[in-house]
Every structure is written in C-alpha cells, then in structure tokens.
Ligand binder design. Structure first.
Ligand code: SF4
Ligand code: SF4
Length: 253
C-alpha cells in the first residue's frame, strides 16, 4: 500500500472531524446561518451576520465552489451522523429545484423589505445575537431542534443529504457563484480527472455523498456539476488516483 493511498483516508477523517465540530457548535452559530434574521434585518435596514455570511459564501464560491458544503457546514455534520442509518443515494434530480422555489421568493422578500426600509443603513453582525451565542435561552432550542429535525428527517426518509438537495437556502448562493465563475472562465478549485486511469469500477459513484454520477463525469476530464460539494470522497476513494484536486480554469464551452 503506497504512502499516497494511506494519506487519502486521513483527509476524509479531517473533513469529517471538521463538520462534526461544526455541528457541535451549531447552537452558537445558528443565527449566522439563519434565513429569518436576514429578513428581520432587511425590514430595519440592517446588514446582519447571516447577510454577511451568505455574501461571503457567494464570493467564496468564485474560487472554492461549494467547498463550504463539504467541509464546514453544520448540515454536513448532520449528514455524517445520518448516513450510517440511511446511506441510500438521493436519486431525484428534479427535486434539486425545490430549493430554488424556496430561495427565489425569499431573496425577493429580502430585497422588497430592504427597499421599503429605505435601503441598508447599518451593519450589525450580532443583530438579535447580542450575547454572541445563538441559542442563549431554553426557548430558542425550539428553533434549533426544528432545523436539525428537518434536515435529519429528510435524510432518514429520502437518503443522503436530501436536505442539501431540496431545502438548503445557502446552496443557491454558491451554485450561482460557481456558475458565474465558469462563465467568466476564472481559475478555481476543482476536481480534474484522468479518464485513461479510470477502470470504471464505479466506486466513486456509489460513495458520493451527493449521489452524483461521478464515474460518468470522470470520463469528461473534470467533475463539473452544480451539486458537487468538493468533499473529495471520490478522489480519496479512487484506488487508481483518477481524480484529484487542482486549481484550474473551467473547460471552454
Ligand atoms: S473510483 Fe476511480 S477507477 Fe473507479 S470509476 Fe471512479 S474514477 Fe474510475
Ligand atoms: S463528485 Fe466527489 S467531490 Fe463532488 S460531491 Fe461527489 S464525492 Fe464529493
């Protein structure tokens, strides 16, 4: 067994540790990911912590795509915990559109409220989180458990990362960012592939947390898909080393 092969699972263990830690910290960070606080802030003309985070996710996705989803998001920690119970692939690609049906009216509401408030006039990252901790009183655990319960229930009922596919309000910011990057041809972190090394064992397809047709994508020379979260599970599991991280420009279209 080569040193290179032994190193690969370690990267996944680091990733899993990071997302589990993020999930443990979710009672502290909940408000900074909140789809409600950005709405409440817009009504008062205040740029909130979640506004700043969502903006950072969009800008960060120009270079890092959906790396957040694979390596940092507390939802990824929930996905790691539910996968051993229901690790079935999430097969409905049409359901990926549900999150856009949630996201579009939500963004329009935020814009309308901000315009109605006369525009943004102040910045308060700790808006409605003055203590710095999101769940700072018992009643706020109702919101916490509602969010966790929703993501966990979807994963248990419909398979791997069903919530990421269907209801995540943050994913569209990053999908739009990586789409813009591709249009502009900007260099970014991506997964490139070596089709000639691939023996089509489909191990990468069966282990992809986002249930993508990875083996087929490998034949195109890169993993280019809006639902790819750059978790690297495919790259680290490929015994032929046919997939690797690289900074590269998108393929010309
Ligand atoms: S795991 Fe590697 S060799 Fe197997 S199908 Fe995927 S890219 Fe090809
Ligand atoms: S294609 Fe690879 S990097 Fe992308 S989500 Fe699937 S396993 Fe992760």
């Amino acid at each position: 067994m080569s040193a290179k092969f032994r190193q690969a699972p370690r990267r996944q263990r680091v990733r899993q540790a990071l997302v589990l830690l993020s999930f443990l910290l979710f009672p502290i960070t909940l408000n900074f990911l909140s789809p409600y606080l950005i709405v409440a802030g817009a009504a008062e003309g205040i740029i909130t912590g979640s506004f700043i985070l969502f903006g950072a996710l969009f800008i960060g996705s120009l270079l890092f795509g959906r790396l957040w989803c694979g390596w940092i998001c507390p939802g990824a920690g929930m996905a790691e915990l539910t996968a051993p119970i229901n690790g079935a692939p999430f097969r409905s690609t049409r359901a990926d559109w549900i999150k856009w049906a949630i996201w579009a009216p939500w963004v329009l509401l935020i814009a309308a409220l901000a315009i109605g408030a006369g525009g943004y006039r102040s910045v308060n990252p700790l808006f409605m989180t003055e203590s710095g901790i999101s769940v700072d009183e018992p009643v706020k655990y109702v919101v916490y458990f509602a969010v966790v319960g929703l993501f966990v229930s979807l994963a248990l009922a419909f398979g791997r990362r069903a919530g990421c596919h269907t209801i995540c309000w943050m994913a569209p910011f990053m999908i739009l960012g990586r789409g813009l990057r591709n249009r502009l041809g900007l260099p970014a972190l991506q997964l490139t592939t070596d089709p000639s090394a691939c023996v089509r064992c489909t191990s990468c397809t069966s282990t992809c947390p986002m249930s993508l047709p990875v083996s087929a994508l490998v034949q195109t020379g890169r993993i280019e898909h809006p639902e790819c979260i750059l978790c690297g599970t495919c790259a680290d599991g490929c015994h032929k080393h046919a997939i690797r991280f690289a900074i590269s420009r998108p393929a010309s279209r």
